[in-house]
Design a protein around this ligand. Structure first.
Ligand code: BJW
Ligand code: ZN
Length: 248
């Protein structure tokens, strides 16, 4: 990461009235939460997360999919936000207006101090009935289960409870997506962090800002399709780059 790039990015942040922060799995990687492109470890290493995150997988083997999400919920509860989440909360607090839009289903932005991030792909902490859609409560502080766990039945209709996340082939929550598109269309600057930017329609969000003439800063150790549209590319891990950026 070059010093001139860092300074240019810090200038963009200082000059921006309205900022959108758009994040993906990479922002939580240094908290110990694997990304979707990472291989899973332990019992899960034989599964591709991109195949588990589907309604078909839940239909074929609900206990496998529920067990995976319970394991992930427990994992998130055992880790802390990292310096990247915290630096984003500082940038958010300093900005005249700032909206955080995340594809992540963890709660690490909230725990780092971000106010009401928009969750485009739902949450690990909002399970609901797979048939009637009613919200379900599951015990907090889930044990770190590894393996199949049958989903509990809905109190109302008895159908299996499912994770409150958006799987491939499912629509994003309309209110969240519309609010994110509106914020992206009207911002001066979008900061994208830790996303491969290949999963749609979420990956449209930074493109909306680019089309409307807003500036973009990208933080990612690897190239993505956004390299071509970002004004500044800061190649490096979020927990190193973002604190450096907030400190300029
Ligand atoms: C670091 C780092 C560090 C690492 N610091 N960075 C062909 C073309 C276009 C679209 C489609 C298509 N075929 C199918 C589709 C549609 C599909 C799609 O986009 N597929 C693509 C894969 C091609 N999309 C959908 O199905 C969506 N729904 C839909 O289209 O509905 C239509 C509809 C309309 C109306 C009615 C009904 C239907 C839904 C998509 C839902 C995605 N859900 C998931 C799972 C959520 C639950 C869960 O967590 O299990 O969301 S999939 C997964 O991908 C998850 C993520 O939020 C999302 C994005 O991934 P993300 O965050 O970018 O992570 P990674 O792992 O991909 O990348 C990590 C990045 O971090 C990398 O770049 C690293 O370099 C970087 N990194 N360490 C900073 N330390
Ligand atoms: Zn029900």
């Amino acid at each position: 990461m070059r010093d001139t790039d860092l300074r240019e990015a810090a200038d963009l942040i200082d000059r921006a009235g309205r900022i959108v922060i758009f994040t993906g799995a990479g922002v939580s990687a240094e908290s110990g939460i694997p990304t979707f492109r990472d291989a899973l470890s332990g019992l899960w290493e034989q599964f591709d997360p991109r195949r588990l995150a589907t309604p078909e997988a839940f239909g074929d083997d609900p206990a496998l999919v529920w067990g995976w999400y319970e394991w992930r919920r427990a994992a998130v509860q055992q880790v802390e936000p990292n310096a990247g989440h915290r630096a984003l909360a500082v940038i958010e607090q300093r900005a005249p207006e700032c909206v955080v839009v995340t594809q992540n289903v963890d709660d690490l932005h909230e725990r780092a101090g971000s106010k009401e991030p928009i969750h485009l792909h739902g949450s690990l902490f909002a399970p609901r009935c797979s048939a009637c859609g009613r919200p379900a409560t599951v015990a907090n502080g889930a044990p770190a289960v590894e393996g199949r766990v049958p989903p509990p039945p809905c109190d109302h209709c008895g159908a299996p409870i499912r994770p409150g996340v958006v799987w491939f082939g499912e629509a994003l929550p309309a209110d969240a997506f519309e609010a994110a598109v509106a914020a992206a269309a009207n911002c001066d600057l979008l900061i994208t962090v830790g996303t491969s930017a290949v999963v749609f329609p979420a990956a449209e969000i930074p493109q909306v800002t680019a089309r409307m003439g807003g500036a973009m800063i990208q933080v990612n150790p690897e190239p993505t399709p956004l390299d071509a549209v970002a004004r500044v590319n800061l190649h490096g891990p979020a927990a190193e780059v973002l604190p450096a950026l907030a400190a300029v």
